[in-house]
Design a protein around this ligand. Structure first.
Ligand SMILES: [Zn+2]
Length: 424
């Protein structure tokens, strides 16, 4: 049975009766994933209006917590202004679906958001020049796990849920409000540097090697840059260190909350495996912690990565952009014979969906259920059905539609027709 993601503004602005009338059109939805704390994102992303929202045409997420929780000393997340007992989206959805067979799995963004408090500066991701990356918490920083342990326990107390989808369990990517690949060259906070030294990683040599790597990009030697990183033992150790840091954080978080209540279960939201390894996500180790995961193999959008943003940041002439794109495909093992021009028109081929799902299956723990994220906005009905079929014909177990509030009516209708008649 598939799932669908909701944002807090969907619940407050549209109300559950309207939302459910659309979700029922999809026929096979069992799991509803209401987002509890937002990220800095335009809804819908990157352009357009919310198709059914009578209150807001567009909503800008500001990284706030939309659940009623105690305030925490030290490190906390900013509460959404206007949150109250009457305007409490997670309680509204819980109460409205009490008699229904749907399962609600609250969705949490863990390491990225509007965090605050006197200990914030002590917990931020830091680049190799010592600059902090705003709004990103380090998985090795001490107060982050304390905050999330307490927040999960308090969420259960108020709302009763013990299963959560955890997202943004990674280091920053290069995208966001502005393209910045330096977010990838992290983390050099005091906690990470100490931990690397304990593992006998030479931190200053690593920084020098990362700077040499940057120089190759600046000189537009993109293919050489790929070879350099692949053959550089320190860069490879650093990539593995980031993966251990994220997996270790999730393992410790699960262990801590299970000490309080053994029913706590965390599902994982990961990047597709083409990119995940570079962001600190190692499918093989992290899936041992979890019964289910979701990833988003959007083929049209390059697998959810801002590929064009990165290429345009790195290269300016058409010739350089083509070279950068070919190197990008090599670095991320994307075996598709297409030019940058073709990619800009069409994205990756539909085969990307099945390829990434099959890769997730082979890398993940055999007991982990795999949800293939289905892009449900900014796409034609025909492309949507193709993506659904590609997901169904792959090694993924289920589909997860992203997301309710951005999806045009015609896409719900196309899926309804497909489910009822087996055709579009
Ligand atoms: Zn760090």
């Amino acid at each position: 049975m598939s799932g669908i993601q909701l944002h807090p503004h969907d619940i407050l602005d549209e109300g559950m009766p309207q939302i459910m009338s659309y979700i029922r059109k999809l026929k096979d939805v069992r799991y509803i994933f209401p987002e509890v704390n937002t990220i800095f994102e335009r809804n819908p992303n990157p352009v357009g209006n919310l198709p059914r929202n009578a209150v807001h045409e567009v909503v800008f997420g500001t990284g706030t917590m939309h659940a009623i929780l105690p305030s925490y000393q030290g490190l906390d997340q900013r509460r959404e202004p206007g949150l109250s007992d009457e305007q409490d989206p997670l309680m509204i959805i819980k109460e409205s679906l009490q008699e229904e067979h749907y399962e609600i799995i609250p969705w949490l963004n863990i390491l990225n958001g509007h965090f605050e408090g006197p200990l914030l500066a002590h917990n931020l991701v830091t680049d190799l020049d010592g600059q902090v990356i705003p709004h990103w918490l380090c998985p090795n920083a001490p107060d982050v796990i304390d905050f999330w342990e307490q927040a999960l326990i308090d969420l259960r107390k108020r709302y009763g849920y013990t299963t959560y989808m955890i997202d943004r369990i990674r280091y920053p990517d290069w995208g966001g409000e502005e393209v910045n690949p330096r977010g990838l060259l992290t983390c050099f906070c005091p906690h990470c540097e100490r931990k690397m030294k304990e593992q006998h990683i030479d931190v200053s040599a690593l920084k020098n090697n990362l700077r040499q790597w940057i120089t190759l990009f600046a000189e537009k030697k993109f293919d050489d840059a790929v070879t350099f990183a692949e053959n550089n033992a320190l860069i490879q150790e650093w990539i593995a260190f980031r993966q251990q840091s994220v997996t270790g954080f999730v393992e410790r978080l699960i262990e801590r909350v299970r000490t309080v209540n053994e029913d706590f279960t965390l599902w994982l939201d990961l990047w597709p495996p083409a990119y995940s390894w570079m962001l600190g996500q190692d499918y093989a180790s992290i899936t041992k912690c979890s019964p289910a995961l979701k990833h988003f193999p959007y083929h049209k959008l390059g697998g959810g990565a801002d590929v064009q943003g990165l290429i345009h940041y790195l290269a300016h002439t058409a010739d350089e952009q083509e070279q950068a794109f070919q190197a990008f495909k090599r670095f991320f093992a994307l075996p598709y014979d297409l030019t940058y021009e073709m990619f800009k028109q069409e994205g990756f081929p539909i085969q990307f969906v099945a390829d990434q799902n099959n890769k997730v299956r082979s890398l993940s723990d055999p007991n982990t259920r795999i949800y293939s994220g289905i892009q449900m906005w900014n796409i034609s009905p025909q492309n949507l059905i193709e993506a659904v079929q590609a997901g169904e014909n792959s090694a993924a177990d289920e589909l997860l539609y992203y997301c309710y509030g951005w999806a045009a009516d015609e896409l719900f209708e196309a899926l309804q027709t497909y489910r009822e008649k087996g055709m579009n």
